[in-house]
Design a protein around this ligand. Structure first.
Ligand SMILES: Nc1ncnc2c1ncn2[C@@H]1O[C@H](COP(=O)(O)OP(=O)(O)OP(=O)(O)O)[C@@H](O)[C@H]1O
Length: 304
């Protein structure tokens, strides 16, 4: 069994991981250690390399270079032993069967005992056992996938955008179910591009962009990368605005072009109050950049 410095056993150890698809460097050198019982979000925009990384953790794709161990074994061995299991974005369900029959069928493929239909209970869809899969909503089908992933009673659960296609209410209730699983001591690693999901559920967030880790830490640390706001305003008196900005903060980054001021800062509310006291300031707007834009900024800052 691998142990890290703190003595907690390692669930997943990733070292020097890369995966290239011809010229695309989907994963470009990832190192990470996930400890038993951790809840970790892989947060990143589309195409960041989240799915490719998780596929390698599950032994579905072979790395171009680097190594992954899961509970001290290869990913494939860990999957075969039922130690790690996943809810993936892709992968079809058997649409002509009833929900309960799908569970029975998948359970019969395991050599080791499974949770059986109790998995439906855990996933909050015991009432759907007799419904045909094709008649289940997108969110219900995601829950069925979740139930199937619970079948071998795995120590580690990998969820690739598990709430894709769910509305806000379904999403919230899905995460409440997951909280219960986490309290049982499972290690949970999930990919998402929703900042709110990472914030609400993960103890640790690994920010990925362009196949690399940009930041890795508790959400409070990650916030510094995502809290930036963008303020724009039409201004008539450029000199007065420049003077006010100088007093507001000496290291403010801003541009003025064609009478429009653009500022990126964390304290845009304070700045707005100052600006609205100046004659000729109008059309003031504050917006939060999309996660995509925040990532582009971060990657530009971090990559030489
Ligand atoms: N089989 C493949 N062949 C070629 N390119 C691929 C393949 N799989 C992934 N890619 C590319 O690798 C990059 C990373 O993709 P990946 O699906 O891992 O990102 P992601 O972070 O999971 O994105 P999303 O949030 O959209 O699922 C993308 O540029 C993608 O187009």
């Amino acid at each position: 069994m691998l142990h890290n410095d703190s003595g907690t056993p390692s669930a997943i150890t990733i070292t020097g991981l890369t995966k290239h698809f011809n010229r695309v460097r989907a994963v470009d050198g990832i190192d990470a250690e996930i400890r038993r019982g951790e809840i970790v979000a892989f947060l990143g925009p589309n195409g960041a390399g989240k799915t490719t990384t998780l596929d390698m953790v599950l032994g579905l794709t072979t790395p171009t270079s680097g190594t992954i161990t899961v509970n001290g074994s290869t990913p494939r061995d860990a999957v075969a032993k039922g130690e790690i299991s996943a809810v993936l974005q892709t992968g079809g369900l058997l649409h002509d069967l009833k929900v309960g029959e799908v569970v029975d069928y998948v359970a019969s493929t395991y050599r080791t005992p499974t949770l059986g239909r109790e998995a439906l209970d855990r996933a909050g869809i015991a009432n759907l056992a007799d419904r045909k899969v094709s008649l289940c909503s997108g969110g219900e089908q995601q829950r069925l996938k979740f139930a199937l992933s619970l079948l071998p009673n795995p120590q580690i659960l990998v969820l690739d955008e598990p709430t894709a296609g769910m509305d806000v209410t379904a999403r919230r209730s899905f995460w409440a179910t997951m909280q219960a699983e986490a309290r049982e001591g499972r290690t949970i690693i999930f990919a998402t591009h929703y900042l709110e999901e990472a914030q609400a559920f993960a103890e640790r967030v690994i920010l990925v962009a362009r196949g690399r880790i940009i930041a890795d830490g508790p959400m409070s640390e990650i916030r510094q990368y995502t809290d930036i706001r963008v303020l724009t305003a039409r201004i008539a008196d450029e000199a007065a605005v420049r003077e006010a900005l100088k007093h507001f903060s000496t290291d403010l980054s801003y541009t003025i072009e064609d009478g429009v001021l653009l500022v990126r800062d964390r304290d845009t509310d304070g700045l707005a109050r100052v600006l609205l006291g100046i004659d000729g300031v109008s059309d003031l707007e504050i917006s939060a950049p999309s996660l995509e834009d925040a990532f582009v900024d971060m990657t530009e800052e971090k990559t030489p």
